[in-house]
Design a protein around this ligand. Structure first.
Ligand code: OOB
Length: 549
């Protein structure tokens, strides 16, 4: 398969729709680079970013961040990185994440946000698909040699000219380049590429524009009541859309507040930073919320500054939702979002019933929501279910993409003819407009917020010489919500062990969270009426096993 199977880089909104978004004040014609200049003018010496760079504690004011982004942009330009070029950014929660992305934005180059968990196979795919010209990474993170992986990928991908390692002498030199101004890029043009969770095969690349993303960032900051005095703890990996923009690092900076970057999200680290930096707001996935709730019962740390905890990325069970406020002494805000666009929040003044029992309502009055026939994968925006019933969520709006990057074939099914994105989520809509997420129709496993495409893992398993067929399904898990289970049919006469298959998948150079948690070898798969593998029956068999065990 050619990974360059093409399609346009960016499918823009129809002109009359774009005109409406501009007229309504959603799209304001500002780029991220220009935003940073405005912030530096307004908040100069106030603290912008607090974190650890290699072993040094770092505190950058807005003016310092601005200067760093200026110098680094000049440094990148000096290496020949040009406006419109794609640059893979694989950085953990280090301060340089912020200076690097603003530097690229100033230059008009597009960051491609990969996660620290991604490995060779994934990075290579993203680099090829985006025809990236550089990778920015760290030497090492969580005992993985990222620089070595990046160099190995660069050796295989023609377009990759540069591997830039934060903390290396070369990077330090780039960061000291003489600042220069660059022409401001088109605010309606692509600013960066995010990654989809993936359901049909590998993650898709998501083109987001300055105008559309800044709208969601600005409104997120407002909905979460961020003020210059707020302190946001970035506990989750910041390249992900949730800690990046909901309201995340960017919403915090937009408000003139302070971002504290946690190198790790565990309660020890998080609570230490909440106490020492007087953190007021943070964001976690449900399993992490559960870990914080548990640890709060026996901590000596002073968590009294914490005002709001956002929980999202996966369904927050009602029982957990109820424990968060009392255990952590803060307010809960649920978030249901997606890198493709739509983000829903419970509001800080919503009644408890909505805060505890729903995943919020959309940011924008112009977020269009359709809840359609869940049994018809081709349901259109006209096939709505009666109000209050469960259906498949379709959405369209001022910050939801109209198509993935270079993915014409996939776009034909992922979007309706009238431009609605098929989220693959099953929801119920309440009269207040709040959505309750009740399940998923897409072939994806949500492992505590980390998304695993069933097909991607199946393909890795089927590359094993003793595997004839593979089907990956979710299995309920008390801690993560869901885990992955791979059913495997071996070739005649073979009986590969579970350990061997897991090792094989891991050695394919993919993120550890995609390695199946369970592997079950069977003689054949149950089939549906038309002879397709019945994942429904596989999941039922697993449930029965769990029940009997
Ligand atoms: C966030 O973004 P992605 O792109 O990693 O994943 C999106 C998918 C949604 O389609 C849904 O299936 C699931 O993640 N999801 C939730 C959820 N939040 C996300 N499912 C149930 N309840 C929730 N609260 O995960 C993301 C992006 C921005 C903000 C927050 C999360």
């Amino acid at each position: 398969m050619s990974v360059r199977s093409e399609g346009p880089d960016h499918i823009a909104w129809p002109p009359e729709v774009a005109a409406h978004y501009r007229a309504a004040g959603y799209w304001r014609g500002q780029t991220f680079g220009a935003l940073l200049t405005t912030l530096a003018d307004a908040y100069g010496t106030r603290p912008a970013v607090v974190g650890q760079s290699a072993d040094h504690p770092v505190r950058w004011s807005y003016a310092e961040l601005d200067e760093r982004a200026h110098r680094l942009a000049a440094g990148f330009a000096g290496l020949g990185i040009r406006a419109g070029e794609r640059v893979l950014v694989q950085l953990p929660n280090v301060p340089e994440f912020v200076s690097v992305i603003f530097a690229l934005w100033r230059l008009g180059a597009w960051p491609v946000f990969t996660l620290p968990a991604h490995r060779h196979t994934e990075l290579r795919y993203f680099a090829e698909k985006a025809e990236a010209s550089a990778i920015v990474t760290v030497a090492e993170h969580e005992r993985h040699d990222h620089a070595a992986t990046a160099r190995a990928v660069a050796a295989e991908v023609d377009s990759l000219r540069e591997v830039l390692v934060v903390g290396s002498p070369e990077f330090t030199e780039l960061s000291a380049a003489e600042p220069r101004e660059f022409p401001d890029p088109d605010p309606e043009g692509v600013a960066f590429l995010q990654l989809s969770g993936g359901s049909t095969g590998l993650s898709k690349l998501i083109p987001r524009t300055h105008d559309d993303y800044l709208y969601s960032v600005r409104e997120s900051a407002r909905i979460c009541a961020l003020r210059p005095e707020s302190v946001y703890l970035a506990a989750l990996p910041v390249a992900h859309n949730f800690p990046l923009s909901s309201p995340g690092v960017l919403g915090t900076l937009h408000a003139g507040a302070t971002v504290v970057l946690a190198p790790r999200p565990d309660p020890d680290m998080a609570f230490r930073l909440i106490e020492s930096e007087r953190v007021t707001i943070s964001a976690v996935v449900p399993p992490l919320a559960a870990a914080w709730v548990q640890a709060a019962a026996r901590t000596d740390r002073d968590l009294s500054s914490l005002d709001v905890l956002l929980v999202g990325g996966a369904k927050c069970a009602r029982e957990l939702a109820e424990r968060i406020g009392p255990a952590l002494g803060c307010r809960l805000q649920q978030v249901f979002g997606m890198a493709e666009g739509l983000v829903c929040y419970t509001r800080l003044d919503d009644p408890d019933e909505l805060v505890l029992g729903t995943q919020g309502r959309p940011i924008s009055p112009d977020d269009e929501i359709r809840v359609v026939d869940p049994d018809d994968p081709n349901a259109t925006s006209d096939d709505e279910v009666p109000p209050g019933e469960v259906g498949a969520l379709l959405t369209r709006g001022p910050y939801t993409i109209r198509g993935y990057y270079r993915a014409a074939e996939h776009n034909a099914t992922a979007f309706t003819a009238d431009g609605f994105y098929r989220t693959g989520d099953l929801v119920r809509r309440l009269p207040s407009g709040h959505l309750e997420v009740v399940g998923r129709a897409k072939e994806q496993i949500n492992r505590g917020g980390e998304k695993v495409s069933a097909e991607e893992v199946e393909n890795h398993l089927m590359a094993h010489p003793e595997v004839l067929d593979a089907a990956v399904v979710s299995v309920p898990d008390e801690y993560l919500g869901e885990r992955t289970c791979a059913y495997v049919v071996p070739v005649d006469g073979a009986r590969p062990s579970e350990a061997e298959l897991r090792r094989f998948v891991r050695d394919r150079g993919i993120a550890a969270f995609k390695v199946p948690d369970l592997v079950v070898v069977v003689d054949k798969f149950p089939v549906t009426g038309v002879g397709k593998t019945s994942k429904r029956e596989l999941r039922a068999a697993l449930a029965a096993r769990a029940g009997n065990g």
